[in-house]
Design a protein. Sequence first.
Length: 496
Amino acid sequence: MSKSPKILVVGAGIGGLTAALELAHRGLDVTVLEKGNAPGGKIRAIKVDDAPIDSGPTVFTMRWIFEQLFADCGESFDAEFELEALDILARHSWGDAPLDLYADTQKSADAIAQFSSPKQAQLFLEFCKTAKKVYESLKDPFIESPRPNLLGMMSALGIQKSKVLWDIGPFSNLWSALANYFPDPRLHQLFGRYATYCGSSPYLAPATLMLIAEVEMKGVWSIKGGMTKIPEVIARLAQKKGCHFQYGAEVQSLQFSGSKISGVQLTSGEVIECDYLIFNGDINALQHGLLGKQANAAIPQNLKQTDSLSAVTWSMRVKASGFPLVRHNVFFNQPYQSEFTDIFEKKKLPSNPTVYICAQDRRDFASENNDYERIFCLVNAPANGDIQSDDEEIERCEQKAFSLMRQYGLQLQDAQITRTSPQQFAKLFPGRGGALYGQATHGWMSSFQRLGSQSQIQNLLLAGGSVHPGPGVPMAAMSGRLAAATLMERLGLIKQ
């Protein structure tokens, strides 16, 4: 019997963890190297006054991706997680009466009819039908495809499903496409916000991103134990199957034998050999030589990318009153386009930031309890954390964000706060100035310009939000599965 190849996974983010779990389930020799002291990557909790606050992704959707992963690895998703489906997907405010969107589409339509007009509610229902068709058209030939390209996808779609994409105007941007459904500028703004889920501007993102609305309508859940429960469970199951984890192991450079990777050198000086390596980090770190000059051969040097959004975040233990918070809340600011002009063109923090608020101890109809609670706030920011540090600008942004919350009725008292800036994100996740979503999804071809799981170095595979199928917890998990499948196909264990 031939010796099992030694596989290193660099980075214990969701992409690396799902790849490690699948490969360990196949009995392969897998070691995960993580520079932090726990798994999760961007899924992380910050302790404020000893209270863990989810301070990365806060929305859990597309649970079927994880159910399928667990089933394929002989495990039960339901046995490991306790989920609560949210009736209210999010509460949105423009400073007056808020608007709730619901998991029940008709309830959302009724709320929109009262908030805006019956005509706007009817157009919303038409939008939902279109978003559903776009999602169903792209799920198999794009999201789950290991190496999507435009011609191959259109061929797989066939005439009927291709027509769905042509009808929405695939060459138009999301903002323009939404104008057909949302004459109310507030609703136009609300649904344009979905582009930021991919770290992008709604004025530049492709119209196909309207499918994110369908993803949310299929269900949003909260997880007992917080979002960090996801990487903790996957890491534990991978370990149970024989995967080794080495924390505090920061990779300084990739080691080569000829044109192939032979291992890695840690910042401690330790060299760890391997036959295959899965890199679960931003591909810019490879392209820019942060892991050694030879490592940049992994990425096409003519690959041009626009960095996605970074953020300024506040993790708080605080007494909140006034505005009736639910779990997910968005306080919109005006003029909306200026936020993205500031970030993507002027490369500065927005003068008029919209604020996302996750009240992690609230449910759909939770009332104020006059006690401390855990709150996470986020404002979009440019990914310039590697070249610029302006504490005064960040302070001004904070003042504007907290002023907006007060203006909309939210009172935050006795706050204990930990702030994270693009500069800190750049140190946590090197390679792209603190960008949190890899490349921005700008332009109709942008989704096809993401690299797949195979790099230009034969035994180096790629996973994470900077490669196909893109950013976000479910997509990162899918990228790990695709990387594992590519490797298992090469080893003759499966056929894709």
